[in-house]
Design a protein around this ligand. Structure first.
Ligand SMILES: [Zn+2]
Length: 224
């Protein structure tokens, strides 16, 4: 569906398209994806529609108008390209988590190495507190359907990120920007944790230390 006005095409959710497009570009810029893998989506709080990256489409040639608008039942509402193969996963999370307005997915290597082991990413860095401490792991689920979304919702708890066994990373947030930032943070944390584990046994944070750092990020971090 394209809304026509005065003979000109008016795109739905122009601002959210632009935001989701920019967030998608952050994935290759931060070394989280190769070629066409990975995706970011965002949900519009007013209409409930979701904007997501097109499937198998190169980041270099992607424009805001190439983003696909879908409803929560995976029907394309507007877009000239096929949505990401992970769309069902994103929509399943949005349907069950009304607090989530942005989702990012990558196969970023350090975090995905924990996924390959079926292990959570333990917390030995204060930065992990902004994600919620230890990053949980979800069980193996074949890709391309709703089952991944259901497993994410089952296992992610209060965390903003999860590694899915044998697959990769999903992050959530109150906006596409927050989900994208978490995807960058997860990879950074996974890399440092991996390096620390090569050099010895890291000093793991206690739940009290994670909680006090979480409160600091919530109350004091950033510009007011
Ligand atoms: Zn994937």
């Amino acid at each position: 569906m394209t809304i026509m006005k005065n003979g000109d095409d008016i795109m739905l959710l122009e601002k959210l398209r632009e935001t989701v497009w920019k967030c998608n570009l952050e994935l290759p810029k931060n070394g989280l994806v190769k070629m066409t893998s990975g995706n970011v989506s965002g949900r519009d709080p007013e209409t409930g529609l979701v904007v997501i990256k097109p499937s198998g489409y190169s980041y270099e040639q992607m424009k805001p108008e190439d983003m696909v608008v879908v409803d929560l039942n995976c029907q394309v509402v507007e877009g000239h390209l096929t949505p990401s193969v992970d769309t069902d996963t994103h929509l399943c999370v949005y349907r069950q988590r009304p607090d989530v307005f942005g989702i990012a997915h990558t196969h970023s290597p350090y975090a995905s190495s924990f996924a390959a082991l079926g292990k959570p990413i333990p917390s030995c860095l204060t930065a992990s507190a902004m994600i919620g401490g230890e990053i949980p792991v979800g069980g193996y689920v074949p890709i391309g359907g709703e089952a991944i979304g259901a497993e994410i919702v089952r296992k992610i708890g209060q965390s903003l990120a999860i590694v899915m066994q044998n697959h990769g990373v999903f992050t959530i947030g109150k906006s596409p920007q927050q989900a994208t930032k978490m995807a960058v943070e997860v990879e950074e944390i996974a890399m440092i944790t991996h390096l620390a584990m090569l050099r010895g046994t890291p000093i793991w944070l206690t739940s009290d230390q994670i909680a006090e750092t979480f409160n600091m990020y919530r109350d004091q971090y950033g510009q007011k």
